[in-house]
Design a protein around this ligand. Structure first.
Ligand code: ZN
Ligand code: ZN
Length: 46
């Protein structure tokens, strides 16, 4: 008989994705020409 294995709590450390303000548009997501920032694709983060 194999005894039940001890409960292993899956404590996966969920590291939230760190995003920073785009160095190109400053976080606005808009390029200098009023278009979608191609550096962050309009997200404002890169
Ligand atoms: Zn950027
Ligand atoms: Zn940008």
């Amino acid at each position: 008989m194999v005894s039940d294995p001890p409960d292993e709590q899956v404590t996966s450390v969920a590291i939230p994705p760190k995003r920073w303000r785009c160095c190109h548009c400053g976080g606005t997501g808009v390029g200098s020409y009023g278009d979608t920032c191609e550096h962050c694709d309009g997200l404002g983060f890169c």
